[in-house]
Design a protein around this ligand. Structure first.
Ligand code: ADP
Ligand code: MG
Length: 349
């Protein structure tokens, strides 16, 4: 099995660093999502693994072997890029066979390998079609089949679902999860800007922002205990309250809140992260009093935006029979264990 290791990998275009000393290990058979906003360097990191971009410094290892200088076709990688990039003049079967020919797989073995890959993606019946005769979702399956045909140790997926509409996307997400179960030895690096895809598919998520790795952990770790403000707000919704550390909690807008200060120095400025769905309406411990600014009905829940001393606090509460109106004063609360203190200076800049 083939793991991936980035060792202080930097990439620059025209003197601008777009990937800054990336250190990251993807374990053999693991699905790692690279999650971050557009332009954060995700595709560049993927291309460095594939061999399409040469790092300015640092090394890339596959299965413990330094491949930094190796050409793409000798890395044992399957890759699916954002726009599928099927060859329009080739039938589906020839598209899937393409990588096998490049790898000089013996001619007589190719049809069976193509059939196997198409079966795996549910496209067994479509070998004789041309890409233009397929829907977007089907083209995407063919692109995945083409990547799998070479029986790669590492599968690189670059926003593979971004061109599909929302319904197809969730279907394909389930398909990818199934493929991963059927191919447990294939290590997957999955680039996305969509937190739902990352939370659903990945064993671990590496959060990228502005050319840098911000955080890495399991979906649960990043959601429950984000290390940075960037992670807190990018992985899930977050209230980020500016607070001052006290002796048994923190002060927010002059109010004492009981939270685990995690040994932070008294008097230090910090940020308190509270997830909106963990904020309750009504009195309770860790009381926040404010005035409703806006209220949105979201079916099963209401999202309240409440002004607390000039700070906007979001609360997602179960659908209310009589929701408060904008301008109404409300009390909110949260449990001490539902807040995470982020040290100032661990933000993304
Ligand atoms: P992401 O995939 O996270 O959206 P990319 O890795 O594609 O980000 O790009 C990171 C940065 O590098 C962006 O600012 C992008 O404009 C720049 N970039 C990417 N490829 C090239 C290139 N071939 N030449 C110059 N700049 C590039
Ligand atoms: Mg990209």
């Amino acid at each position: 099995m083939t793991g991936i290791r980035f060792e202080r990998v930097s990439v620059a275009y025209d003197g601008t660093t777009v990937l800054d000393a990336l250190d990251l290990t993807v374990e053999p058979g693991e699905v790692m999502a690279l999650l971050g906003p557009s332009g954060s360097g995700k595709t560049t990191a993927l291309r460095a693994v594939a061999g399409f971009v040469r790092p300015a410094s640092g090394r890339v290892f596959l299965g413990g072997r330094d491949v930094t200088g190796l050409p793409p076709h000798r890395r044992g990688i399957g890759m699916v890029v954002q726009q599928y990039a099927l060859f329009p003049h080739m039938r589906v079967a020839d598209n899937v066979a393409f990588g096998l020919r490049a790898q000089k797989v013996p001619r007589r073995e190719i049809p069976a390998r193509v059939a196997e890959a198409l079966e795996m993606t549910g496209m067994g019946e479509y070998g004789r079609r041309y890409p233009r005769e397929l829907s977007g979702g089907q083209q995407q399956r063919v692109a995945i089949a083409r990547a799998l045909a070479v029986r790669p140790g590492v599968l690189l997926l670059d926003e593979p679902l971004s061109a599909l509409d929302a319904r197809l996307r969730s279907g394909m997400l389930a398909e990818l999860a199934r493929l991963h179960r059927e191919l447990p030895d294939v290590t997957i690096l999955y680039v996305t800007h969509d937190q739902v895809e990352a939370l659903t598919l990945a064993d671990r998520i590496a959060v990228m922002d502005r050319a840098r790795l911000q955080d890495v952990g399991t979906p649960r770790e990043l959601y429950r205990a984000p290390r940075t403000e960037f992670t807190a707000s990018f992985v899930g919704n977050a209230n980020l309250l500016p607070v001052t550390v006290g002796s048994t909690g923190v002060a927010f807008d002059g109010v004492e809140l009981q939270v685990d200060t995690q040994g932070a120095a008294k008097g230090a400025a910090a940020t308190l992260c509270v997830r909106p769905h963990l904020v309750g309406l009504g009195p309770g411990p860790n009381r926040l009093a404010g005035v409703v600014g806006e209220i949105q009905w979201r079916g099963a829940t209401h999202r309240l935006y409440v002004d607390v001393g000039g700070h906007r606090v979001m609360a997602d509460v179960r659908e209310l029979r009589r929701p408060p109106a904008p301008g109404e004063a409300v009390e909110m609360h949260f449990a001490p264990e539902d807040a995470v203190l982020l040290a100032a200076g661990v933000s993304s800049d």
